[in-house]
Design a binder for this molecule. Structure first.
Ligand SMILES: [Zn+2]
Length: 308
C-alpha cells in the first residue's frame, strides 16, 4: 500500500515539475501600472507571467528608473504602458537601459494601452494648458473609468494573441469572461452611485476626471493649480472661498499624495478629505481591477451626501 502511495506521489510530483511549466507562462509581460497588470492577468490567465513596475501605492508620474526594472524588461516579451505621457519622466530611460530591442517603439513587444481611448482634457479642449502642466497630451488617468477596461482588455488580447497565436482561443475565452464580469459590475456600480449624481467635489490632482464623468460627479476645481503644480496661497484662498460659497463637502485625494494642502483647505471649510486608491494595490483590499472600483465606490457611497 505504501509503495503504491509513493508511486502516486512521484507521479504527481513529475507532473508538477515536468508538465506544468510546458503549458504555463509562455509570455513574460511587464506593465508600468498595476491596473494594466491586473487586466493582463485576466486575459492572459496562466499562460502569462506579469509584473507591474509601479506599485499601486506609488505615484506613477515620478518613478526612479532603477536598474532592477531594466533587468525585468530585458527578460520580457512584452511591455505595456499607460501612455498619454503618464510615464514620460522615466520610461524611455528604462527602455533604453533594458537592451531588449523587442520592447522599443514600433516593435512587437511594445504596447501603448491608451490606443483607442477617448481622451479627456486634450490640448484642444483646455483653454489654460501652459507651462508646468504634466498632462500635455490630455488626462492619462483613463483607467479610472471602468468602461475603458473593455478597450484596454481588447488591446491586450490583440497583442497576446499576436505574440502567442497558438493560444489565441484561450485568450479569447478569458477576454469574454472578463468583459461579461465587468459589464455586470458596471451596472452594479452605476446603481450604487446614482443617488450622488451631480455631487460637487474637489480633487487634489486631476486624477478623477474619467471616473467623475462616468459616475456623474461634478469636479469643480483641484487643489493643485494644474496637474503637477502645487497650490499657491492665492489658489488655496480662491479654492476655500469657492468651497464655502458652493457648499462643497469633499476633497478626493489619491493615497500617494501628501495631504498637507488638502488638510489646510479642509480646515477652513466644512469639507472632509477622502483618501482613495487610484490603482490596484493602492490599498491592501484592492487586489484587482474589480476590487479597485468596489473599494472606491464603497468609500464614496459611505461618505457622500445623497443629492436626490
Ligand atoms: Zn496625473
Amino acid at each position: 500500500m505504501k509503495t503504491y502511495k509513493l508511486k502516486i506521489s512521484i507521479l504527481v510530483l513529475s507532473f508538477i515539475f515536468f508538465w506544468v511549466p510546458v503549458s504555463w507562462a509562455s509570455l513574460n509581460v511587464v506593465t508600468t501600472t498595476s491596473d494594466l497588470a491586473s487586466i493582463v492577468k485576466e486575459v492572459g490567465g496562466s499562460l502569462v507571467k506579469v509584473e507591474s513596475l509601479v506599485k499601486g501605492y506609488q505615484n506613477p508620474h515620478y518613478i526612479q528608473p532603477k536598474p532592477s526594472y531594466m533587468v525585468k524588461m530585458n527578460r520580457a516579451d512584452l511591455l505595456i504602458y499607460q501612455g498619454l505621457e503618464l510615464e514620460i519622466g522615466w520610461l524611455s530611460t528604462l527602455i533604453e537601459g533594458a537592451r531588449n530591442p523587442d520592447l522599443r517603439l514600433g516593435q512587437t513587444g511594445h504596447l501603448d494601452a491608451s490606443t483607442g481611448i477617448s481622451r479627456l482634457e486634450t490640448l484642444e479642449s483646455e483653454v489654460d494648458r501652459s507651462m508646468g502642466d504634466i498632462h500635455p497630451s490630455g488626462n492619462p488617468h483613463y483607467n479610472l473609468d471602468p468602461e475603458n477596461g473593455f478597450i484596454i482588455a481588447q488591446s491586450i488580447y490583440n497583442k497576446l494573441s499576436e505574440l502567442d497565436s497558438e493560444n489565441a482561443t484561450k485568450y479569447k475565452s478569458n477576454l469574454e469572461k472578463f468583459n461579461s464580469k465587468l459589464e455586470k459590475k458596471i451596472i452594479h456600480w452605476k446603481n450604487l452611485m446614482k443617488p450622488f449624481k451631480g455631487t460637487k467635489i474637489i480633487t487634489y490632482h486631476k486624477l478623477w476626471s474619467y471616473f467623475a464623468k462616468r459616475f456623474d460627479l461634478n469636479v469643480v476645481n483641484n487643489v493643485e493649480v494644474k496637474p503637477g503644480v502645487p497650490p499657491t496661497t492665492k489658489h488655496l484662498a480662491k479654492l476655500t472661498a469657492l468651497m464655502n460659497r458652493e457648499d462643497i463637502k469633499v476633497i478626493l485625494q489619491s493615497t500617494y499624495y501628501e495631504s498637507d494642502f488638502a488638510k489646510m483647505v479642509a480646515g477652513r471649510t466644512e469639507a472632509i478629505i477622502l483618501v482613495l486608491p487610484s490603482f490596484v494595490g493602492g490599498t491592501p483590499e484592492t487586489t484587482d481591477y474589480f476590487s479597485l472600483f468596489d473599494t472606491i465606490i464603497q468609500k464614496l457611497t459611505n461618505n457622500l451626501q445623497p443629492s436626490t
